[in-house]
Write a protein that binds this ligand. Sequence first.
Ligand SMILES: NC(=O)c1ccc[n+]([C@@H]2O[C@H](COP(=O)([O-])OP(=O)(O)OC[C@H]3O[C@@H](n4cnc5c(N)ncnc54)[C@H](OP(=O)(O)O)[C@@H]3O)[C@@H](O)[C@H]2O)c1
Length: 337
Amino acid sequence: MPDINRAVVLAARPQGAPVESDFRIEQRPIAKIAQGQILCRNLFVSLDAGFRNWMDEDSGDNVLPAMPLGEPVMGLTLSQVLDSRHPEYREGEYLMARFAWEEYTLTDAGDFISRLPAEPRAPLSHYLGVLGDTGLSAYFGLTDHGRVQPGETVLVSAAAGAVGSIAGQIARIYGARAVGIASGADKCAQLIDVLGYDAAVDRTAADIDAALQRACPDGVDVYFDNVGGPLLEHVLDQINEDARILLCGAVASYSATEPLPGPRNLFQLTTKHASMHGFMTHLQLARYDEARAVLGGWIDEGRINVPEHRLDGIDNVGRAFCDLFRGANFGKSVVAL
Ligand SMILES: NC(=O)c1ccc[n+]([C@@H]2O[C@H](COP(=O)([O-])OP(=O)(O)OC[C@H]3O[C@@H](n4cnc5c(N)ncnc54)[C@H](OP(=O)(O)O)[C@@H]3O)[C@@H](O)[C@H]2O)c1
């Protein structure tokens, strides 16, 4: 059994967007396993922009406590049980868990943990992406709250990212016209060529309203919002009657140094009898297997393409996290350890 761990610790609280020097690698001894514990090898680390919120001293919410400075950074991992003294876990089984950015985790297994099937149906890293929290966010958001109808226009922000890359493809499976927002001409071209979006909007365009109108000539029926911030206000001006705004995330605000102004045009919701709905996917843990079966079926049928932004080694975990905030990823960001 291993006795030395390498972990990424929070060296400094990020000021604005995270930078590589906010993180450092530390070696730590692994304690002897005790009754009721499991020792896991972390095979993949998932990079999730939302965890930036808990790197501040006061996260301002009650989802997770603020991460302590000098301690391993909390995240999501795809892990394998190496040794088990816990009645519910077997050696060799795969878990998706809320573990730290480290090579090994010794735990009493009280963390947020979802089991993979004994015979995983897809590459293991997919259980952090399309079959994990991000793909399931796209699925639950559009299915439960979006109630997407054929012929509707579904607009997705951060459309090339982990959630967005799957959301656009699900919208098309439901018969909608999918429009994605991303930064830069190259990424926008890839939205159409790789992910099958019908149209793309560059969020850095000089006239974002005109760009949205060109891409959504019939207005917006469902806005799958991963970004929040000023973009939300621009999109609200384009919504149709009975539109559904799905608040999946607000990456624009995670690294903002001042609170971002809210949309000034919420009255649009009134006049268009539209709705806004926020949701937290991990609260649907009991439905993960059901949703994975549907998504897995679509992957098997070749209806969903699964891009990954994949780096290797614990030394690259901090960099991969920073990539999310400079828009450098296309698809789900993972690091293989
Ligand atoms: N509700 C839930 O349960 C749940 C679960 C998982 C994730 N989420 C949320 O879903 C959202 C997407 O997560 P993800 O893992 O799929 O991330 P991601 O989209 O893979 O990566 C983040 C993307 O956001 C865009 N971005 C970064 N900074 C931005 C800024 N200041 N303004 C506008 N766009 C910016 C970048 O794309 P471009 O540069 O191409 O625009 C970047 O590639 C996040 O807000 C996350 O917190 C929610």
